[in-house]
Design a protein around this ligand. Structure first.
Ligand code: ZN
Length: 780
């Protein structure tokens, strides 16, 4: 070996040492630092809807078939209503979207409409839904004479538009004709009568077009309705998704599905521009009979606007445990003195799907008060059995949520110190803060990137011993692995939990620790760790809240891909979920594989090919029995189907194949070679299809700590680094802890900038920020 080689080797070793030291320093830093908050997003429904021209269509409804009575009984009336038929049309006529975007939109909308159809029933439209053209179609009409009121001349360049110049297909619209002065028959047919939309009570057009409204980067989707029936029920609307968030690496299908549902709820009736058109309807001999409701929104003595309709009042009295307060109602978000927005006031309704900020999907709930709005609109009957529990403010009394209440009551809901901790459900790391939605009240607002229940969260740092996953919860803690850093202030940390049968006691586990009892309202020290963990009550840690996501039908669970939107309902050979006997469906998660590596063009097929090949090899199947139905983001999650053997196929049963594959995944032996890297599957979940509602039945995961190949050279290098590091880490930690303390404790009374809000929000108060001053508002 020459001198030059020795020098080069020494240099390489020094570089290695420096690199690893930097990595360890960064991990040590990160272990107790707050993660940066993701960019907030806004719902601009009110801003969009107020510029939308809305017109009426006379809809044909089934006449009442009861001749003897003028009014039907409650039971008869309920039978007259049918689950709402929502038709979605993903529009890509200008080919602005690639097939992956279209597929995403179809999946999102299929999920959102599956929820709407479970919840709402309507008095059904008779025949195809045919939409009237707006008055603007006609430039001049006859005034008097035999063709009085008829169109003499159509408007130049007329197209029937809704939201951002979206053109409603002519086939969904009535015809358009012009007449001359003397003949009763039309002189010119400009548009033939469309055939309408069969089996539809409402139509949602969906697109992903970059518009100026998307420019700010914090608008993910927006919507507008543009047609109503004769009873004011909205019958047509458009939802536009801004393409960039849809294509982002942070794309989360569950969250976008709830976002679509939120926008759909606005279109269907949850809108300030519709509150004063709410109806009180009954089914009579001639069909529907409706009267406009009065006094829908009231301002209470404290100046708070409340939605004050009968079902909403009743639902809020039950929820907050406030039966003596007749004026209850549910507060709507104020708009800086200009009125109310189409959202609930966050202080009262945090976590509701119709609060202005949808945070993580798993912390978003469907509450009875939101459902009651649809009942009180008069246009819908509501299926309340699907309302999940809504934990925010439950049974907290009549004063809960007021500014006075939050200033003096510091429980799991409101807090007063600007420190890091956990959200009220213990599901997320969070920071006690206020923001534009909270009117000065402070709550533990989730740091979106720190979801304890999300197994792919990047918080598994060895020093803090954190474990994420479905059974993990957030704890106030400053525990650090013995011999690493000096414990700093308490902050939110994710640990695995195990609840006792009675749900009154539980245990926790940190990385490489045993299960340790965590008695409620005590602080414990975990062997092997310095510092302490504070144990919240068992009813926070052990109670499973069923989020709105559980109502969403999962897509693509059969080997025959089901129609993603109702546009494709014509095929009679289509197989419904669960109808093919013997098929077996499961999902495979690859935590370490970025979704961006598989979601472009041919990459999807490359990835599918690699995965099919690897499954076939592992469990001895012929490849034609394996189909990859869908790949969704977060980390990469593939929905896989194994079909029963046909003649000439390998005869392994789907069950045996699944069991063998599951064993391989659990032992960490199932990995794929893709794009020159090896990716081990992190979880496998069997999916049971029961009455078209798929449920997850069991999830298997490989050991938490994956073994990595360690060579003798690595051991030598690490030993040298360890010796060097001991001399430096103490000063590093002291410096880091100082830095952390200043980061998590803003000056008292300081109002966080909106751009720095943790969590993801997508609504802003009108008056505080408008399209015109968006940039200025964000930068202040
Ligand atoms: Zn909204």
């Amino acid at each position: 070996m020459t001198m030059d080689t020795n020098k080069r080797n020494t240099m390489i070793n020094l570089k290695l040492i420096l690199t690893v030291m930097i990595i360890i320093f960064l991990q040590c830093w990160e272990a107790t630092s707050l993660s940066s908050a993701p960019a907030p997003s806004r719902c601009i429904f009110d801003e969009v809807q107020k510029h939308q021209n809305v017109e009426r269509t006379l809809i044909k409804y089934h006449p009442g078939d009861v001749s003897a009575k003028s009014k039907r009984s409650v039971e008869e009336e309920a039978n007259a209503y049918q689950p709402i038929r929502v038709k979605t049309f993903v529009q890509n006529e200008e080919h602005l979207m690639d097939s992956v975007q279209v597929e995403k939109l179809e999946t999102i909308m299929a999920g959102a409409t599956s929820v709407v159809q479970k919840l709402l029933s309507v008095y059904p439209v008779q025949g195809p839904l045919l939409i009237d053209r707006s008055e603007a179609a006609c430039r001049t009409t006859y005034n008097g004479g035999q063709n009085d009121g008829k169109c003499a001349e159509i408007s130049p360049n007329y197209r029937e538009q809704c939201l951002d110049n979206f053109e409603i297909p002519d086939d969904h619209l009535e015809g358009l004709w012009t007449w001359d002065a003397i003949n009763s028959e039309p002189a010119v047919t400009h548009f033939e009568e469309g055939s309408g939309i069969p089996n539809a009570d409402v139509v949602l057009y969906v697109k992903a077009e970059h518009t100026t409204r998307c420019n700010s980067g914090d608008v993910f989707a927006y919507a507008s309705f543009c047609k109503q029936d004769q009873f004011s029920r909205p019958i047509a609307g458009v939802i536009n998704f801004c393409p960039d968030p849809l294509l982002s690496e942070e794309y989360d299908q569950d969250k976008f599905t709830l976002l679509a549902l939120h926008e759909a709820f606005h279109v269907l009736g949850f809108s300030t521009s519709l509150f004063d058109q709410f109806q009180d309807c009954s089914v009579c001999e001639d069909g529907l009979e409706c009267e406009t409701r009065e006094d829908v929104v009231r301002v209470d003595a404290g100046g708070q606007s409340r939605l004050h309709t009968p079902a909403v009042v009743a639902a809020s009295q039950i929820h907050f445990g406030c039966t003596e307060e007749e004026e209850m109602g549910v507060p709507l978000e104020n708009l800086g003195g200009e009125g109310v927005s189409s959202h609930w006031e966050t202080r009262y309704m945090y976590g509701s799907v119709m609060a202005p900020a949808i945070l993580q999907a798993h912390s978003t709930f469907l509450d009875n008060m939101t459902l009651a709005v649809f009942e009180d609109s008069g246009w819908y009957k509501v299926n309340y059995e699907y309302a999940g529990d809504f934990p925010w403010g439950k049974d907290q009394g009549c004063e809960f949520g007021s500014v006075e209440y939050c200033a003096t009551n510091f429980t799991q809901f409101f807090c007063n110190e600007s420190i890091s901790g956990c959200d009220y459900l213990g599901l997320n790391k969070a920071t006690c803060t206020t923001n534009i939605y909270l009117d000065g009240c402070k709550i533990y607002w989730p740091d979106s990137e720190n979801q304890c229940v999300h197994s792919s969260s990047s918080v598994n740092l060895n020093e803090t011993g954190e474990i994420t996953g479905p059974d993990s919860r957030c704890f106030a803690s400053n525990s650090l692995l013995e011999g690493t850093c000096t414990p700093g202030d308490l902050e939110g940390r994710c640990y695995a939990t195990r609840c006792g049968n009675s749900s009154e006691s539980y245990e926790i586990r940190l990385l490489d620790s045993d299960w340790i009892p965590c008695p409620a309202e005590t602080s414990i020290q975990v062997p092997g760790y310095e510092g302490e963990v504070h144990c919240p009550p068992a009813d926070i840690v052990c109670k499973n809240h069923s989020s709105l996501v559980s109502l969403v039908d999962q897509p693509c669970l059969t080997c025959t891909t089901p129609p993603a939107t109702s546009t494709a309902t014509t095929s009679t050979t289509q197989t419904s979920p669960g109808e093919v006997p013997g098929e077996l469906n499961f999902s495979l998660v690859f935590n370490d594989l970025a979704y961006s590596e598989v979601d472009e063009g041919s990459e999807v097929n490359d990835f599918k090919g690699v995965l099919i090949g690897r499954i076939a090899e592992t469990v001895q199947l012929t490849q034609n029995r394996i189909e990859i139905l869908d790949i969704i983001a977060g980390s990469v999650k593939a929905f896989v189907c194994i079909t029963p053997p046909k003649e000439g196929d390998s005869q392994v049963s789907p069950e045996d194949a699944y069991n063998n594959l599951s064993n391989a995944v659990m032992s960490g032996e199932f990995s794929i070679e893709y794009n020159s890297n090896s990716y081990a599957a992190s979880a496998i979940t069997l999916l049971v299809v029961d009455n078209q509602t798929p449920t997850q039945s069991s999830t298997a995961m490989p050991p938490t700590v994956r073994s990595s190949p360690i060579t003798p050279l690595t051991i030598i290098v690490l030993s040298i680094i360890a010796a060097l590091f001991v001399t430096t880490f103490l000063s590093v930690c002291v410096w880091k802890n100082k830095k952390t303390a200043t980061t998590i404790a803003p000056a008292p009374g300081a109002t966080p900038r909106e751009g720095a809000l943790p969590g993801e929000v997508y609504m802003v108060r009108k008056g505080e920020r408008t399209r015109g001053d968006m940039t200025a508002a964000t930068s202040t």
